[in-house]
Design a protein around this ligand. Structure first.
Ligand code: GN1
Ligand code: MG
Length: 369
């Protein structure tokens, strides 16, 4: 992460509709893309906290579209919560703090885009699951998120990163990176490259179902990592989901698949001890149960039939992206050590293998709910 500059954050903080005095700022180390800061203010005698975030505009090339999608979807969710009589709505859905000029984000003169949210207090997120209850909460939270957007209405959300989970495109990008071998890293990644090339045929399975109209496009989250679920400190129940940058038209199964990737092995995404990386059925069962309880009524039989497959596909797809980035010189995902993206690739592909071995049992369970 770029060295953080307190003076810059102070200047940024004055751009938003916050009327307290900034006390201190702490950088948040989670996330591979944006820069995130937790800022504490004294406001009329109470302490309040906000999140200031610098959007990575290399990745999110249309910040206006990103913020419009977030605004529309959070407003919709807020209205649903209001209708449901909830008391703690600003903990259950992210609230955008507009700029003093009334915009959803602030563009600094040198081009950087900043936005601000209310910081949700008394919650915690985890880099890996520690119990089946965690997996259940993740499934339930993202399932509820998807179903809350089923009646969004209005125009289609803007596709802010086109072809985001399109495995065929990700596979093609890998092939180009292999050919270019820009950093002379291909020879050190032959095993991972061969692993990927051997599995080409899984790329098109969901794409074809969508093309045939059997699997619908839906408004989805598209980044359903477990660390994007906020669990209440006291109840340990999911209170809200965050990281809404990729909320856009997508496929319900891509969200579910990414949950399988991040909640069914109790390990971190870059775990180097592969003997620990394993898709565990007790975690999958709870994840699946939570998800189907919340989103089941919305899903059709074609979606339901590919529940287990989606876990394999998303682990594969994110692995392809890490590998491509490794071969291209780590230009997309933030890395914290040399070969970090290769480590991440190994972990994802190991998980793919683990799912391959258990896919049938997983699907059988999904069918039984
Ligand atoms: C990125 O940085 P973060 O955690 O928000 C990426 C996701 C990947 C994830 C892998 C916009 O998410 O797609 O699954 O890393 N986000 C984007 O950890 O590319
Ligand atoms: Mg993200």
């Amino acid at each position: 992460m770029a060295a953080y500059n307190p003076v810059e954050i102070m200047a940024i903080s004055h751009q938003f509709q916050i009327y307290g005095d900034l006390q201190y700022v702490a950088p948040c180390k989670i996330g591979h893309i944006n820069e995130t800061y937790f800022a504490t203010y004294e406001q009329g005698g109470s302490t309040v906290r906000y999140v200031h975030q610098k959007l990575n505009t290399d990745v999110f090339k249309n910040p206006d579209a990103v913020m419009t999608n977030i605004y529309r979807t959070t407003q919709h969710q807020r209205r649903r919560l209001e209708a449901g009589g909830f008391a703690d709505i600003s903990r259950r859905v992210l609230t955008i703090i507009p700029t003093r000029a009334g915009h959803l984000y602030y563009q600094a003169p040198e081009g950087a885009c900043w936005r601000t949210f209310i910081l949700v207090e008394r919650v915690k997120s985890y880099e890996s699951v520690t119990s089946p209850a965690h997996a259940y909460e993740a499934g339930k939270a993202f399932g509820a998120f998807q179903s809350s957007l089923a009646d969004l209405g209005g125009d289609r959300l803007i596709e802010t990163i086109p072809y985001f989970h399109n495995t065929r495109r990700r596979y093609d990008a890998l092939q180009l990176a292999i050919k270019a071998d820009a950093c002379k890293r291909v020879s050190g990644a032959i095993a991972q490259i061969n692993f990927a090339l051997k599995r080409e045929k899984i790329c098109d399975v969901i794409l074809k179902e969508m093309e045939r109209g059997r699997i619908p496009e839906r408004a989805t989250h598209n980044d359903t990592k477990f660390n994007n679920v906020m669990l209440d400190d006291i109840t340990q129940k999911a209170i809200c989901v965050v990281d809404l940058d990729t909320v856009m038209p997508g496929c319900a199964l891509y969200d579910f698949g990414d949950m399988v990737r991040t909640t069914t092995s109790p390990t971190v995404e870059d775990e180097r001890d592969l003997s620990k990386v394993e898709m565990q059925m007790p975690l999958f069962r709870k994840l699946c149960l939570g998800y189907i309880e919340a989103a089941g009524p919305m899903l059709n039989r074609h979606e339901r039939a590919l529940i287990a497959f989606s876990g394999k596909l998303l682990s594969f797809t994110i692995g392809l992206r890490f590998l491509t980035d490794y071969l291209s010189g780590d230009t997309y995902f933030r890395v914290h050590r040399p070969e970090h993206n290769l480590d991440r690739t190994r972990t994802q592909f190991h998980l793919v293998e683990s799912i391959e071995k258990q896919e049938e049992v997983m699907q059988k369970y999904a069918n039984s709910i």
